[in-house]
Design a protein around this ligand. Structure first.
Ligand SMILES: O=C(O)[C@H](O)CO
Length: 328
């Protein structure tokens, strides 16, 4: 089909992603006529009617009312990524537009980063690297002992597809696995990874050596972990966050880390991202922060684009939609 005849997809500007989007262009071009935001703004009159879908890369750009009002033939917003907290799904659906996401593509890489953060924090990997390259290193390993992950207790808060992948990996470390989730998993699924359900999150917090946050950000999970919850954790415990920054009350976390209420934290997500350079979290030495890289692998990015494309095409062709997000 000639490019002109393909359905138009508007690509939202994504900023400094180091050429990621350019790598996705050939994939998208097979099925869509690509229209960048710049092109759209320069030629709104001609292009607005042609755009049937908007491709949102990960969680940065959002879609506002003004944009929706200017796209009369828009049918779907294909989010590349699982979290859709940056999109007002209710407002979008009031325009008769569907929202889709990519839960399958992100699961392995995000679970991997959860494990990487847990191991790095437990074994003080970042400090170790700094000591190794420091010119006057006199430090021996015994001066800065870490803690063991093997056979420790891991509490997973949020047992969706990513949480479950974390449990699968943790099993290989002989970890005792606890989980808390809105809905209990099937017995066979629990048994397959040896996970024990905690109906009360408090029980999980009190018993875990590592607590990993894998929930979606919703009004119910906003600041789910605050002063009270941190106070329930063991002083030797580590908090790992691979979901969204706002799931933690960051002021309470600063206080807990400063006062050694918990041992350490390892965050792939913060609020905001990036943190302002003078943020107190950046001044602590019992924390590791990575810049939201849960899905930053070549394979994950590609799979996310493929899953998003399949979703968008299903909507445009009136077929069953693999991963639709419904307004709550
Ligand atoms: O939501 C996701 O899938 C990741 O955080 C990437 O944005």
């Amino acid at each position: 089909m000639a490019e002109e005849e393909l359905p138009g997809v508007l690509i939202l500007d994504i900023g400094g992603t180091h050429g990621v989007l350019e790598n996705l262009v050939p994939l998208l071009k097979k099925h869509f006529r690509l229209i960048t935001m710049k092109e759209f703004l320069e030629n709104k009159k001609e292009l607005s009617k042609k755009i049937q879908s908007v491709f949102v890369f990960e969680c940065r750009p959002t879609v506002d009312r003004e944009l929706l009002e200017s796209l009369p033939n828009l049918k779907v917003i294909g989010n590349s990524g699982v979290g859709v907290d940056h999109l007002d799904v209710k407002m979008i659906s009031n325009f008769g537009v569907k929202v889709t996401n990519t839960p399958h593509a992100v699961a392995d890489s995000t679970a991997d980063i959860g494990m990487a953060l847990m191991l790095a924090s437990a074994r003080r990997l970042v400090e170790g690297c700094q000591i190794a390259v420091s010119p006057d290193t006199k430090c021996f390993a015994v001066d800065w002992l870490g803690v063991e992950v093997t056979r420790a207790t891991l509490g997973i808060i949020g047992m969706g597809s990513i949480g479950y992948k974390v449990a699968q990996r943790a099993r290989a470390f002989d970890m005792r696995i606890l989980y808390h989730n809105r809905n209990r998993r099937r017995k066979e699924e629990e048994e397959a990874v040896g996970a024990h359900y905690c109906e009360k999150m408090e029980d999980l917090l009190q018993q875990s050596d590592f607590v990993m946050l894998v929930v979606n950000l919703t009004p119910e999970t906003h600041k789910l972990i605050g002063k009270k919850e941190l106070g329930l954790m063991k002083p030797t415990a580590t908090l790992i966050n691979i979901s969204r920054g706002a799931v933690i009350d960051q002021d309470a976390l600063v206080e807990a880390l400063q006062n050694k209420i918990i041992r350490a934290a390892a965050l792939d997500v913060t609020y905001p991202e990036p943190l302002p350079r003078d943020h107190p979290l950046l001044k602590l030495n019992n924390i590791i922060i990575t810049p939201h890289i849960g899905t930053a692998t070549a394979q994950a990015i590609r799979m996310m684009a493929e899953e998003a494309i399949a979703n968008m095409l299903a909507v445009l062709n009136g077929q069953p939609i693999p991963s639709e997000v419904f307004p709550k």
